[in-house]
Design a protein around this ligand. Structure first.
Ligand code: NDP
Length: 235
């Protein structure tokens, strides 16, 4: 028996991979997008660059043909291009917005019509604690991640009457490739502000996403859910 059709963007590694594992563990039929490297084993892996609408279309077409229309969408793919705003190139600013905000719009836009027809769906967007707190050197990233919150809340109002929930998760500092390259000084400073006194494991984000994507979370929508060890104090 097939479970719900779930799609995780950037599900080939890091937090996205942990989310894909968690959904699969609950019985969903999980597809993941990948853009570089090897497709991960154990999932339907579809090539997709969220900055390219044609690959978004072909990824959804493959998932629909194999697992059926997407019922659970987790928009997780994201990048950083850090730098102080005074010296940040327009290209770095635009690239982060294009992937982290417009890229999410592209996949959500493609997902919603079948969800509206089915009168059911779960959408979870992966933002960041930085959306709420800002971070020196991450103005592009913070702008995109904060944009996701207004985007999600508008979708909540557009889609609520069709039984579709839309929620945002704001992770704090999670141990993945994205944070592995940060200088020790930055990592130590981040740690000092985390009441739990440690970084998150990707699975700890994934379990919260899995709950928001579950049937049991049917009355949770428009929420911004921190998974940050207390860093943002719940906002
Ligand atoms: P990683 O750098 O480990 O993985 C990023 C993922 O996004 C990869 O799968 C990558 O694919 C994919 N991706 C990037 N750009 C594109 C694109 N244009 N099209 C399709 N896929 C793309 O990051 P994390 O796992 O740490 O982060 C996942 C999400 O969580 C991101 O949105 C990030 O901003 C957010 N987040 C992370 C935090 C952390 O501390 N790590 C904290 C808060 C939020 P590929 O392998 O092909 O490059």
């Amino acid at each position: 028996m097939m479970g719900r059709s779930a799609l995780v963007t950037g599900g080939n590694r890091g937090i996205g991979r942990a989310i894909a594992d968690a959904l699969a563990e609950s019985g969903d039929s999980v597809a993941v997008t990948y853009r570089s490297g090897e497709p991960p084993a154990g999932f339907l892996a579809v090539p997709c660059d969220v900055t390219d609408p044609e690959t978004v279309e072909s990824a959804f077409a493959t998932v629909e043909a194999t697992h059926g229309p997407v019922e659970v969408l987790v928009a997780n793919a994201g990048i950083t291009r850090d730098g102080l705003v005074a010296t940040m190139s327009e290209e770095s600013f635009a690239a982060v917005l294009d992937t982290n905000l417009t890229g999410v719009y592209r996949v959500v836009r493609r997902a919603v019509r079948p969800m509206v027809r089915a009168r059911r769906g779960r959408i979870v967007l992966i933002s960041s604690v930085v959306a709420m707190q800002g971070a020196a050197g991450q103005s592009n990233y913070a702008a995109a991640k904060a944009g996701l919150i207004g985007f999600a809340r508008s979708l909540t109002r557009e889609l609520g009457g069709r039984g579709i929930t839309v929620n945002v998760v704001t992770p704090g500092f999670v141990l993945t490739d994205m944070t592995a390259g940060l200088p020790d000084k930055v990592r130590d400073a981040a740690l000092a502000g985390i009441p739990l006194g440690r970084y998150a494991d990707p699975a700890e984000v994934a379990h919260v996403v899995r709950f928001l994507a579950s049937e049991q979370a049917g009355y949770v929508t428009g929420a911004v859910v921190p998974v940050d060890g207390g860093l943002g104090m719940g906002y």
